[in-house]
Design a protein around this ligand. Structure first.
Ligand code: AMP
Ligand code: MG
Length: 370
């Protein structure tokens, strides 16, 4: 244990203290609307290295740089302002299709959309794992914005969990995983979105928008806004993600994982006929904990005989499922009475539905029920 970790509500004193620590090159746990982040000065390579140390994150997995909403007020426009700060490359501000990017920024920032663009000179290679691009996002959480306003530099921040584990959506989750390794966690309450941002990569000519990670903001919404077809990432938007190894950052297929084995159904429980469902061999005689996106029919209780059931949403509303997904996965993982976790997947009807499937797929290491 290196530090006594303190959890502070987001008072102005705590914001100032977080800013002081960040200026001194330390890492701090901060709330965002998606999940809690482990933040460091994005301009300071040594501070950023500490994020990788604390998380035990491999150096090939790049970090998202979080930027102040003050860029949105800049008279020259946010792209010019971000390039002036050295966060993105100067040429982006003169790209032929810059108006489409500005449209995305105007619509979704502050919010859960990360743009991958050519990186500026002030971002050290350690942040982007040596890539010439940087992922940037303007977070909506007030406390995070207050810290950004106080530091005056952007903050590199991945999710504040040990590498590969379940993302934190409460300050307590950060404490349980990283307590003793960091000095301060700002408690900004439960995360309202609950799953990580949508990440899109943008290339100017020919203008290309590619989804690297599904999140709340859906591909078709983006398509409608900018009038350009959006490329989904092969494999990632599907129920089964092919074993593709760590070829693309953040697309590691073993991620967001509980320590207990997790098995997924191929469709929501609400769309399964209980009499047709056979209990898979792995679950026979095991103490099963069920994570259900909607209410679980009595007949499924009889089939699986679970020791615990968590129903994420009465009406299977994606927003509610997403908000409680990681919290509930943690609860089942930490429950001594549970051996195996069985979860159903929501219909991918919205951006969030797809994002939830994606996270569950990776958490299950791609083990579907049938
Ligand atoms: P985390 O904040 O822990 O969800 O992780 C950040 C994720 O952002 C990485 O795992 C990548 O998927 C993605 N990312 C960040 N920067 C880039 C980049 N330059 N190119 C592609 N993906 C990126
Ligand atoms: Mg993460």
């Amino acid at each position: 244990m290196r530090f006594t970790t303190r959890i502070h509500l987001a008072t102005s004193d705590a914001i100032q203290e977080a800013a002081q620590l960040l200026k001194a090159g330390e890492v701090v746990g901060l709330p965002t609307e998606t999940v809690y982040g482990l933040a460091a000065n994005a301009h300071n390579a040594n501070a950023v290295k500490e994020i990788f140390n604390v998380k035990q994150r491999p150096a090939f997995d790049p970090l998202i740089v979080h930027v102040s909403d003050q860029h949105l007020q800049s008279p020259a426009g946010p792209l010019a302002s971000l390039s002036l700060e050295g966060t993105i490359a100067p040429q982006v501000a003169t790209w032929k299709n810059r108006a489409k990017i500005e449209l995305l920024i105007a619509r979704y920032w502050p919010g859960p959309l990360t743009l991958v663009l050519p990186k500026g000179l002030s971002i050290p290679d350690v942040v982007t794992s040596g890539q010439p691009t940087v992922g940037i996002r303007c977070p909506a959480h007030l406390a995070f914005q207050q810290v950004l306003a106080a530091t005056k530099f952007p903050l590199a921040a991945p999710s504040a969990n040990l590498f590969g584990r379940i993302s934190p959506t409460r300050a307590q989750h950060v404490y349980r995983e990283l307590g003793g390794q960091i000095q301060l966690i700002i408690d900004g309450g439960p995360c309202t979105v609950g799953v990580e941002s949508t990440i899109i990569q943008i290339i100017d000519e020919p203008f290309t928008v590619k989804i690297l990670r599904p999140g709340k903001i859906a591909a078709d919404e983006i398509e409608r806004l900018i009038g350009t077809p959006v490329t989904p990432t092969p494999g990632i938007a599907q129920t089964q993600i092919q074993k593709q190894g760590a070829v693309a950052p953040g697309m590691l297929d073993e991620h967001y994982a509980p320590t207990k084995p997790l098995i997924l159904t191929l469709r929501p429980f609400s769309q399964m006929v209980p009499s047709m469902v056979a209990v898979p061999n792995e679950l026979k005689g095991k103490k099963v904990g069920i994570l259900s996106t909607g209410p679980l029919l009595d007949s499924f209780w009889n089939t699986f005989n679970p020791v615990k059931v968590i129903e994420l949403s009465h009406q299977a509303v994606p927003q509610e499922i997403a908000q409680r997904l990681f919290l509930s996965l943690r609860e089942l993982d930490e429950d001594q009475t549970v051996d195996w976790i069985l979860a159903d997947v929501p219909e991918p009807t919205s951006g969030l539905g797809l994002a939830i499937r994606d996270r569950l797929n990776r958490a299950s290491r791609n083990k579907p029920l049938d």
